[in-house]
Design a protein around this ligand. Structure first.
Ligand SMILES: [Zn+2]
Ligand SMILES: [Zn+2]
Length: 175
């Protein structure tokens, strides 16, 4: 053991997690930038957005592949490795913020909803994209308001959020 690991900044040689590189839209570009830097790139090959490997707010490295597993390859990159929130400061990563902001923008354009309903759905969104004790309540509230949205609004809302909504909330909202 060396003393460096206890400070937890920089590239910690004792760390079991590699560092991931992800584009601002949330595409996983490289799940192991330390172990396989050859897969890193400045921009995303899927959407052209710049990539980051640190939280823009607190600069903590984004956790990547757990190193105990086999050697990484570009093909096996599972999108499920993309975290929604920074493990160090708890703030949403840019792609999570983008999804939440876009959903709120979509809701604000729904003329059939009251300001209270719009506020309710916006407030409950964070609890349907991650599992919390509030998730079942949040999912039922989101569903209640969503039922009052226009057909096209409902469809847009589903397309935007179904990929990031947890399985249990999904079952309540889109059974
Ligand atoms: Zn991308
Ligand atoms: Zn952070």
């Amino acid at each position: 053991m060396n003393n460096y690991s206890t400070f937890g900044f920089g590239y910690d040689s004792d760390s079991k997690n590699d560092v991931a590189q992800i584009c601002l839209n949330g595409h996983l570009v490289n799940e192991a930038t330390k172990n396989a830097p050859e897969f890193s790139s400045k921009f995303c090959g899927k959407c052209g957005q710049p990539t980051i490997d640190k939280c823009p707010l607190c600069k903590a490295h984004i956790k990547g592949r757990y190193q105990a597993t086999k050697k990484p390859s570009a093909i096996s990159s599972p999108q499920s490795l993309v975290p929604l929130y920074c493990h160090d400061c708890g703030k949403p990563y840019p792609w999570t913020q983008l999804t939440l902001d876009t959903a709120r923008e979509l809701i604000s354009g729904e003329d059939g909803l009251t300001p209270e309903e719009k506020a309710s759905i916006a407030e409950n969104l964070p609890d349907i994209i991650t599992q919390t004790p509030r998730s079942p309540l949040a999912a039922t509230r989101v569903k209640t308001v969503m039922e009052k949205m226009s057909g096209v609004g409902k469809e847009g809302f589903k397309q935007l959020l179904s990929d990031v909504t947890t399985e249990s909330s999904k079952r309540l909202i889109w059974p």
